[in-house]
Every structure is written in structure tokens, then in C-alpha cells.
Design a protein around this ligand. Structure first.
Ligand code: MTE
Ligand code: MO
Length: 407
């Protein structure tokens, strides 16, 4: 595969793997539907959190912005998997429905012979078997994340939320003793792909790097359990990195080596893919800025609308880097922003599911949109108010949805 050609690759554009939203004519139609202007109406909020599972007599209200070709498939070996966000009905994703992205296939790593090595600019190079890792003090955290390539074309389905168990990365790095010249910590997976770079085909392991400061963050874990089960093969068995608050690409699966070096790590997933290109002001001058996908941007999206009698419930999720959330609001047909309620199960690094009780919904088609504000007062912007951005990486603008309320 040509690594430059990411937008057209089935890996970077999982919709193509399932022939979902693959027809460009449809995609344009969809875009037009999504961009339709908002018209005025009103609604009010409902206090208290409603469980997202369908209650008795509750039915799903159809989205009119989802084309009938959009048809998420169950997990298949080697394939990208995305959730049908209209069906999200529990706070934790099951291990089978938590999304899957991998760029070099899904290597089988044997538990008995597994070794994790810590190498490079350290006082004490280390080696761990799986048993040795498991015998360290275990920590447990609820963490959700999305792929940096998630977006509206997949109705934001490259998402998941789980409970993880593992050990502290910080403790292991402190034990190894990073030398003062160490600048970057590189995490290598055991999956290796052939990359053509400057006309030469070379085998490259999937790898991502963190600055020493980011790597030492005490939230980071090396995990070996997901939702109470040994880490499943497709999610990186037996050990993966977990960097809470960062886009999925940081969470290296099938982790086998941690290397500390004094230069920046360059590689496809730091320097070519998962790189945004945005038009921004830099010290008073307009520049096209490239950034490696890192911490998750503040984002919310509506994923599901249900009806019970004449009552309607709008549900969505929020992701960010862990900064506390002040509010999430919903606007119907361009009307006022009204507060929605965040599921109290949510914690700092999980997704935050929210619900909004939509009263007095009239029959017909409606446009719904959500926006989230964090405790620093930063509010999710409309797509068109964000800096111009080339490629689909980091789609976090407001995402208007269309639904049809039947009479
Ligand atoms: N070794 C390895 N780790 C990897 C990847 C990969 O291709 N190889 N893909 C990354 C990307 S882009 C994402 S979004 C997440 C997805 O994790 P999941 O499949 O468990 O949801 O894994 C990350 N870790
Ligand atoms: Mo990703």
C-alpha cells in the first residue's frame, strides 16, 4: 500500500472495507443533509439520567442522515471494526464490539514466550515475561478512546469504552532509570509491515513515541486485561500500552519493546499518517501546521434517539483529554441550547454518555446538534468555525444529525 494514499486506503478509511458510504454520490447527498441550516423551534430538558438501553415500549427513531448502505458488520479477522453508534446501549463496550483498527494485521503473540524489553538510554535495561508483569502491583482504570481517524462518515463508530487492568508505565520507567539525555520513549508492537520508503521496501514495526514527560504521566498503563478478561488477541494480546486521554493510535497493541532515545522518533504513524494539516495563525502569521495526532480534542456527538409514547430521548457521547466537563447542550432545529445530563458512571477518561429529554417533538424531520464545554470554558465549535483542515484526522466539530419523527 502506498502510505501517502491514506484517504483511499481501506485501513485509514474503514467505511470502504464494509462498502459503507462508499458511493461518492451518496456521500455528497449525506454531506448536504448534514450541512442543512437549522430552523427555529423549542424543547426543554429532563432532570436525571435515563439508562440508555431500550426500555419496554421504547423504540429507536430513525436517522435520515444515515444512508441505507451504512451497514456495520460484526468483527472479522484482520478487518477494521466500527460500532453502529445507533445501537450503543451500555456504558461499557463489549470486547467484541469495541472498535478495532490495526495497520499491519493482528499478530499472534504467545503468552509463554512473551518478553517486554526496556532498552536504550536507561541505567538498567529491563526484561519482563508476562508472569513478571502480572506480579507487579495491579491498577484498574475505566478508559475510553476513539481513533484519530474517527468521524462523521462512520457516524463516529471508531469508539469504545472499557475497564482495563495492568501495571504502571511510570513505575517501570523509573525502575529502569531514564538517563538525562533521554528525550523520547518509543513503543514498538510486534506487528511488522513492509513499507516502501524512498523506493526501498523495508520491514517496519508499528511504533509510536511519547516525550519522556508524557510517558511518565502516572495515568499511563501497560494493560493485560479488558473488561475482566485477558486482553483479547485483536486488542493487543497479551500486553498493550494505554495512554488515557489520547487518541487510539497512542495505545500500541502487541507491545514488545520500550526504547528510550535522545532524538525524535520518526516513522509512518508519527510523521506521515495520523498527521493533521491545518491552516492556523502562528505568532501573527498564517501558516499550514502539521501535527501528530495526540491528545483527544473536546468533542460530543449525538448517536441515538428513542421514543417512548410521545416522549423522546436524545443520547450522545463526549470525548476529551480528561479535562473536567462543565456542560453538554442540545439544540433542536436551531433553537436555544438546552442542558443535557451526563451519565454519572462517567469518569475522567471514559466516554461520557449524555441524554436529553426532548419534549413536544412534532412529527416531521428535525435537525439535532450537541456541543460540549469544558471547565476552562472551551466550547466545541461548529465544523465551519474550526481552522481549515486537510484530511479526516481529528474530526471534532459539532455534528448535526437529522431524524424523522413519525405522526
Ligand atoms: N501494534 C499496533 N498497535 C496499534 C495499532 C496498530 O496498527 N498496531 N493501531 C493503533 C490505532 S490507529 C488505534 S485507533 C488503536 C485501536 O485500538 P483497538 O483496536 O483496541 O480499538 O490501536 C492502536 N495501536
Ligand atoms: Mo487509529
Amino acid at each position: 500500500m502506498n502510505p501517502e494514499d491514506t484517504e483511499n486506503s481501506p485501513i485509514a478509511n474503514p467505511a470502504m472495507q464494509h462498502a459503507a458510504v462508499a458511493d461518492p454520490g451518496r456521500r455528497k447527498l449525506l454531506k448536504r443533509a448534514i450541512n442543512t441550516g437549522l430552523i427555529a423551534a423549542g424543547a426543554s430538558t429532563f432532570p436525571g439520567w435515563m439508562l440508555p438501553a431500550l426500555a419496554q415500549g421504547e423504540i429507536e427513531v430513525p436517522f435520515t442522515d444515515v444512508p441505507d448502505t451504512f451497514n456495520p458488520q460484526p468483527v472479522r479477522p484482520g478487518a477494521t471494526h466500527f460500532q453502529d453508534t445507533r445501537k450503543i446501549s451500555s456504558f461499557f463496550s463489549t470486547n467484541d464490539d469495541f472498535y478495532l483498527v490495526q495497520h499491519y494485521g493482528q499478530p499472534e503473540v504467545d503468552n509463554a514466550s512473551y518478553q517486554l524489553s526496556v532498552t536504550g538510554l536507561v541505567d538498567r535495561p529491563l526484561n519482563f515475561s508476562l508472569e513478571q508483569l502480572r506480579s507487579r502491583p495491579v491498577i484498574e482504570k475505566d478508559v475510553g478512546f476513539e481513533c484519530g481517524g474517527n468521524g462523521g462518515r462512520l457516524f463516529h463508530g471508531l469508539v469504545g469504552n472499557a475497564t482495563w487492568r495492568g501495571v504502571s508505565l511510570r513505575d517501570i520507567l523509573l525502575e529502569a532509570g531514564i538517563q538525562p539525555e533521554g528525550k523520547e520513549v518509543v513503543f514498538f508492537g510486534s506487528d511488522i509491515g513492509e513499507e516502501e520508503i524512498r523506493g526501498r521496501k523495508v520491514p517496519k514495526a508499528f511504533a509510536r513515541a511519547l516525550s519522556v514527560e508524557d510517558a511518565l504521566n502516572e495515568n499511563n498503563m501497560l494493560v493485560f486485561e479488558m473488561n475482566g478478561e485477558p486482553l483479547p488477541h485483536y486488542h493487543g494480546k497479551p500486553v498493550r500500552l494505554l495512554v488515557p486521554g489520547w487518541y487510539g493510535v497512542a495505545n500500541v497493541k502487541w507491545l514488545t519493546q520500550i526504547h528510550i532515545q535522545d532524538t525524535r522518533y520518526m516513522g509512518r504513524f508519527m510523521g506521515r499518517d495520523y498527521v493533521t494539516l491545518k491552516r492556523e495563525m502562528v505568532g501573527g502569521r498564517e501558516r499550514w501546521v502539521e501535527n501528530s495526532v495526540a491528545k483527544m480534542n473536546l468533542k460530543s456527538t449525538i448517536i441515538r434517539v428513542t421514543r417512548s409514547g410521545t416522549d423522546h430521548t436524545v443520547m450522545g457521547f463526549i470525548f476529551n483529554d480528561g479535562t473536567p466537563i462543565r456542560s453538554v447542550e442540545v439544540s433542536i432545529d436551531g433553537g436555544p441550547w438546552q442542558a443535557a445530563t451526563i451519565n454519572p458512571q462517567s469518569s475522567q477518561f471514559t466516554w461520557k454518555l449524555f441524554t436529553f429529554n426532548w419534549q413536544g417533538a412534532q412529527p416531521g424531520e428535525h435537525t439535532l446538534v450537541s456541543r460540549v464545554t469544558d471547565e476552562n470554558g472551551k466550547t466545541q465549535a461548529r465544523q465551519e468555525d474550526l481552522p481549515e483542515r486537510v484530511s479526516f484526522w481529528e474530526e471534532f466539530g459539532q455534528f448535526p444529525r437529522r431524524v424523522m419523527i413519525s405522526a
